[in-house]
Ligand binder design. Structure first.
Ligand code: FO1
Ligand code: CA
Length: 313
C-alpha cells in the first residue's frame, strides 16, 4: 500500500516529514511544487523542493522557515561587494545545493534525477519528486506587470497589487516519472494534500498535464490538511494576495476549492465551527491540532491523516 503526498514549502514539508517518520521508505512518494522555482545568478533554485529536502534531512532552519540551519553568508557578502543582486538571500551551504543542482541540469540530467541524487546523498530514504521535469513558473499578474513568484514575494515583498495568478508552462508540462508512477500504482491507497497554500503551492501541482483528471479518477481517499489555523494562513503575507484575487483564507473557501477532488478535510481545533459547512459540501471532516512545532506534532498529524484515509499503522 502506497501513499502519495502533495506538498509545497514550509507547512507541507512539516507534514511530509511526519509521514516519512511513520511510513517505511517504499510506501511514500512526496510530490513537490516547482512553480516557485526560478533562475537567479545563473542558478536553478527550487525553494519548495529544498524546503522538503532540508526538513526531511533534519537540516532546515526552523526560525527563518527556509534554508539551512546554522547557515553562514560569506558568498552573499562577496556578491554584494561585487554589485550583484542581493535581494534573494543565498546561504553558503544552500548555495552548494543550488550549484550541485544547476550544473547537473546543465549537463543534461532531468530535475527528477538530480533531486533523487541530492536527496539520497543527504540520507533521505523516501522518494521526493518534483511535480514535473518541465519548468512551470508561477507568475503574479500585477498592476505593475507580470512578476515571477520570487520576484513578487521576496524582491517586491508582495507590494504590487495582484490581478491573477498564472502558471506559465502548463499545459505542456507532463508529470515527472515518479509522480506519474505513483498515480498509476495499483497499490495506491491514499493521497494526502499537505498543509500548503491551495492557490500558490497545490494548484500548480494540479495544473500539470493530466493530474487533476488522474486524481479525480482514483478510487482512493484524498485527504486535505488545511493550512489555516484560526482562519489565518500560518506563514507568509499571502492574505493580501488572496484578498486582491477575491479568494478567501477560510476553510469554507478551501472546501469549495477542493470539493470535486477531496473526500476528507482535516481542520484545526481553532476552526471547529467550520466543520458543519464543510460537511454540507459533502466532505468528511476531522478536527485536530494541526500546528506542528516538533517531531511529535508532525508524526501525530501524519497518523491522523493516515487514519482519516483508513490506513492501518
Ligand atoms: N524567502 C524570503 O523571504 N527571503 C529570502 O531571501 C529567501 C531566500 C531563500 C533562499 C533559498 C530558498 O530555498 C528559499 C528562500 N526563501 C526566501 C523562501 C522562499 O523563496 C519562499 O518562502 C517560498 O517560495 C514561498 O513559499
Ligand atoms: Ca513555496
Amino acid at each position: 500500500r502506497h501513499i502519495l503526498a502533495l506538498s509545497g514549502g514550509v507547512g507541507g514539508a512539516k507534514l511530509a516529514t511526519g509521514l516519512a517518520a511513520v511510513l517505511p521508505p517504499g510506501d511514500l512518494t512526496v510530490v513537490v511544487n516547482t512553480g516557485d522555482d526560478f533562475e537567479h545568478l545563473g542558478l536553478t533554485i527550487c525553494p519548495d523542493l529544498d524546503s522538503v529536502t532540508y526538513a526531511m534531512a533534519g537540516l532546515n532552519d526552523t526560525d527563518r522557515g527556509w534554508g539551512v540551519a546554522g547557515e553562514t553568508w560569506q558568498a552573499m557578502a562577496m556578491l554584494r561587494e561585487l554589485g550583484e543582486a542581493d535581494w534573494f538571500n543565498l546561504g553558503d551551504r544552500d548555495l552548494g545545493m543550488h550549484i550541485a543542482r544547476s550544473w547537473r541540469l546543465r549537463a543534461g540530467e532531468m530535475l527528477s534525477q538530480v533531486t533523487a541524487r541530492l536527496t539520497r546523498e543527504l540520507g533521505i530514504a523516501h522518494a521526493i519528486v518534483p511535480m514535473s521535469d518541465t519548468p512551470v513558473r508561477t507568475q503574479i499578474v500585477s498592476e505593475e506587470g507580470v512578476l515571477d513568484f520570487q520576484h513578487y514575494f521576496v524582491r517586491e515583498q508582495c507590494r504590487p497589487v495582484a490581478r491573477a495568478i498564472r502558471f506559465e508552462g502548463v499545459p505542456g508540462a507532463a508529470p515527472s516519472p515518479g509522480f506519474a508512477g505513483a498515480l498509476a500504482r495499483p497499490d495506491l491507497a491514499a493521497v494526502i494534500v499537505c498543509p500548503s497554500n491551495p492557490y500558490l503551492s497545490v494548484d500548480p501541482i494540479l495544473a500539470v498535464d493530466g493530474v487533476r483528471a488522474a486524481l479525480q479518477a482514483l478510487a482512493v481517499p484524498i485527504i486535505v490538511v488545511s493550512p489555516l489555523v484560526g482562519g489565518k494562513a500560518l506563514k507568509g503575507p499571502l492574505s493580501k494576495l488572496l484578498r486582491e484575487l477575491g479568494e478567501e483564507a477560510r476553510n469554507l473557501a478551501i472546501g469549495h476549492h477542493y470539493k470535486e477532488l477531496a473526500s476528507h478535510v482535516i481542520i484545526d481545533k481553532a476552526d471547529a465551527s467550520d466543520a458543519e459547512g464543510l460537511r454540507a459540501l459533502g466532505l468528511s471532516v476531522t478536527i485536530t491540532a494541526t500546528v506542528m512545532c516538533d517531531a511529535d506534532d508532525r508524526e501525530r498529524l501524519a497518523r491522523v491523516a493516515l487514519s482519516a484515509a483508513r490506513i492501518e499503522q
